[in-house]
Design a protein around this ligand. Structure first.
Ligand SMILES: Nc1ncnc2c1ncn2[C@@H]1O[C@H](COP(=O)(O)OP(=O)(O)OP(=O)(O)O)[C@@H](O)[C@H]1O
Ligand SMILES: [Mg+2]
Length: 265
C-alpha cells in the first residue's frame, strides 16, 4: 500500500522581519509525483522548503496554506500545527535532506546511529539489528565501506559521505514525502547521478512523493516529472520537465538551462 503524501501549497507568502521574500506561491505535488524547484540564488527555494518542513528561521512568518494529504484521505494544515505536532510529522512522514549536512548531523554520534534514529523510535531494535539496518542504509546511498562508515563520526568522513549519511537518515523511516534542498550540490559529480537515481528508486517503489530543489536544472531534471521555476520569491513558470526543458517560456528558465550547459533530455 502506498504511503505517499500529497502536498498542496496555496498562496504561500513568507516575510522575514517584516520584509516579504516569498510571494503568493501555489503548487501541488500528487501522491508519488516527483516535482523539482529550480531558481537562482535568493529566489526563495529554501524558505519554501523550510516552510513545508516547519523549520522557518526566527522572525519569519508564513501565510497562506500548506496542506498534506494522507493516504486515508485526511488532510493536515501544516501552517496550523504546533511545534510539537510538526516535529512528530517530520520524524514520521516528511523526510528532509538539506544543503548543509553538518547542520543535519550531530558531531557527537556515529553516522550509523544517526541514520537509524527514526527507525529506533518506531521499532525496538537490538544493537546488532540497528547496526545491520545502518549498514543496509549505507549501502542504499552508495557509501563505500559501510561497516566502517556506520561506526564513524561525521568529522571522520568526507563532506560527500556526510551528505550521503544525511540522505540515509532522511529515508530511513520510509517517509511519504521527501524534501531535498540541493541534495547533491556538495557531492562529487561522479556520485551525484547515483544519489539522484536513488531518489528515483525510492519514488518508484511507490511509497514516496519527492520535492527536490536545486539551482542546477541538470540535476533536477533527473528526478522530476514536473518542474517549478522560482525567481525573486515568485513562481514564474511550471510545467512537465520535458516542456520546461525543451520549450522554456521564461527568460529565467532559459538562463538556468544555459548555466547548466544546456539540458540533457
Ligand atoms: N534567515 C534569513 N534572514 C533574512 N533573510 C533571509 C533568511 N533566509 C533567507 N533570507 C532571504 O530570503 C530570500 C530567499 O532566500 P532562500 O534561502 O529561500 O533562497 P534560495 O532560492 O534557496 O537561494 P540559494 O540558491 O542561494 O540557496 C533571499 O533574499 C534571502 O536573502
Ligand atoms: Mg537555498
Amino acid at each position: 500500500m502506498t504511503q505517499s503524501l500529497t502536498l498542496r501549497v496555496q498562496n504561500l507568502s513568507i516575510a522575514i522581519a517584516g520584509k516579504a521574500v516569498v510571494h503568493d506561491v501555489s503548487f501541488e505535488v500528487a501522491a508519488g509525483e516527483r516535482v523539482g524547484i529550480i531558481g537562482g540564488s535568493g529566489s526563495g527555494k529554501t524558505l519554501t522548503a523550510l516552510a513545508i518542513a516547519g523549520l522557518l528561521p526566527d522572525g519569519a512568518t508564513a501565510t497562506g496554506s500548506i496542506q498534506v494529504g494522507h493516504p486515508d484521505g485526511t488532510t493536515t494544515e501544516l501552517l496550523a500545527l504546533s511545534d510539537r505536532d510538526f516535529a512528530k510529522l517530520r520524524g514520521d512522514q516528511i523526510g528532509m535532506v538539506f544543503q548543509e549536512p553538518k547542520t543535519a548531523l550531530s558531531p557527537f554520534q556515529t553516522l550509523g546511529n544517526q541514520m537509524t534514529d527514526a527507525l529506533a523510535l518506531h521499532y525496538r531494535l537490538s544493537k546488532s539489528e540497528r547496526t545491520a539496518a545502518a549498514v543496509r542504509l549505507a549501502e542504499q546511498v552508495s557509501l563505500k565501506d559501510p561497516a566502517r562508515i556506520v561506526n564513524a563520526y561525521p568529522h571522520e568522513v568526507s563532506g560527500g559521505q556526510r551528505q550521503r549519511a544525511a540522505i540515509a537518515a532522511a529515508i530511513s523511516a520510509s517517509p511519504g514525502l521527501l524534501l531535498a534542498d540541493e541534495p547533491t550540490t556538495a557531492l562529487d559529480v561522479s556520485v551525484q547521478r547515483g544519489i539522484l537515481d536513488l531518489f528515483n528508486t525510492i519514488v518508484d517503489r511507490g511509497d514516496c512523493s519527492l520535492l527536490c530543489i536545486s539551482h542546477d536544472i541538470a540535476a533536477v531534471q533527473l528526478v522530476s516529472d514536473r518542474i517549478l521555476v522560482f525567481d525573486d520569491g515568485r513562481l514564474v513558470e511550471s510545467g512537465s520537465a520535458i516542456d520546461i526543458l525543451e520549450r522554456p517560456a521564461h527568460e529565467v528558465t532559459r538562463a538556468l538551462i544555459a548555466a547548466a550547459g544546456g539540458a540533457h533530455t
